[in-house]
Design a protein around this ligand. Structure first.
Ligand code: ZN
Ligand code: ZN
Length: 371
């Protein structure tokens, strides 16, 4: 598929006005009445219809498809456009990414999306999940072809089995011959004389099904996993859409995630922070012994290599765990502990207001006001 901006001969940052002007100029050259070929004009018009629609243009810029991340499945911005929707389908492929132009593919099933909620531990380890999905599957009674068992479909008389009909449309540029989907058979090229009673001739039925998903280690909140061909069944045996599993990862009470790195806080008793210590720290992968160096201050960060999240499809590579130290001031001291700390402060030459020795700010204040 050619780039839409290139087709219109404008740059990706072109204003609406520039796009409109360029379209008019090129349409005059490419219109069949002016000797142009119909395909070039159709391509140009499709490109213009997309880029003049702000939502479609944003989708195209971001996902490469004006209908959003999963094609037509994600809310069709062209629902009311009729023929244009058809044009875009032929352009981008019906029924989601790829697809094709054949009558069968045009009847393809839509993509579906389902959420799976994980804890951070599950996201780190990877997990197998069984998810209930509600979507259409091929009808088992007719094997998906829509015809009552024992009968078969007959060729559509409107289009002669081609699935397309030629239509004359009028536009500001005059009359134009376009090819559209056959309205009788909706593009299948065949007609069902005796429809299957179980599915009403659609060849598919709504079911609730359990889908097993292997979520790989390292997924993040918002990661989408694609299960090829597991979306909505196509009409009358046409290709199924894809099923997207959107991962939701819950917040964690200990760890905060930043890409593949994790952050956590470690409370260190004052004496241990002063003297240095080895402390046990629970990680997502078990337990680690953290060496807290002597003289550790609040705010100091100890980084543990490879103790973060695994990289998605990263072959065992992992991010780091950053441990933010917080030195705890002891509270609820016994008389003996108070004495020891006073003694400690004396030896350090640190003023303590009640020691009476040395006069710090508070001591001088006491003297001045005599309280
Ligand atoms: Zn059926
Ligand atoms: Zn037909």
């Amino acid at each position: 598929m050619r780039d839409l901006y290139e087709i219109l001969g404008v740059t990706a940052d072109a204003s609406d006005e520039e796009i409109k002007r360029s379209y008019r100029r090129k349409a005059r050259q490419l219109h069949p009445d002016a000797g142009g070929d119909g395909d070039g004009f159709k391509e140009l018009t499709t490109a213009y219809e997309v880029l003049k629609n702000p939502q479609a243009r944003a989708n195209y810029d971001r996902f490469g498809d004006p209908r959003g991340p999963s094609g037509a499945a994600a809310g069709d911005p062209f629902a009311g456009f009729g023929d244009l929707s058809d044009l875009i389908d032929t352009f981008f492929g019906g029924g989601g990414f790829g697809g094709g132009g054949s009558p069968r593919a045009r009847q393809g099933g839509r993509d579906a999306i389902v959420d799976v909620a994980l804890t951070l531990e599950e996201a780190a380890a990877g997990v197998r999940r069984e998810i209930d999905v509600h979507l259409s599957r091929a009808c088992e009674v007719c094997d998906g072809d829509g015809a009552r068992p024992g009968t078969s479909a007959v060729t559509c008389s409107t289009c002669g089995g081609v699935g397309k009909v030629q239509q004359v449309t009028r536009s500001v540029f005059g009359q134009m011959l376009t090819t559209g989907t056959c309205p009788t058979c909706r593009g299948t090229g065949s007609r069902i004389a005796e429809p299957c009673e179980a599915c009403g001739g659609e060849g598919r039925r709504e079911v609730t099904e359990v889908v097993t998903v292997d979520v790989p280690a390292g997924v993040d909140d918002g990661t989408r996993l694609k299960l090829h061909g597991r979306g909505e069944a196509g009409r009358r045996g046409a290709t199924s859409g894809d099923l997207y599993v959107r991962v939701r990862v819950a917040g964690h009470e200990t760890f905060r995630r930043d890409g593949n790195d994790l952050h956590c806080e470690l409370r260190i008793p004052m004496a241990q922070a002063t003297l240095g210590a080895e402390l046990k720290l629970p990680t997502l992968h078990g337990e680690e012994v953290v060496k807290v160096p002597a003289g550790t201050q609040t705010g100091h960060v100890l980084s543990l290599r490879r103790q973060g999240m695994p990289k998605l499809n990263g072959g065992g590579a992992r991010g780091d765990l950053h441990v933010h130290c917080r030195v705890e001031t002891p509270t609820r001291l016994t008389d003996e502990q108070v004495e020891l700390l006073r003694r400690f402060a004396e030896l350090r030459g640190e003023d303590t207001p009640t020691s009476g020795q040395g006069k710090g700010f508070l001591g001088r204040l006491r003297d001045a006001f005599d309280f």
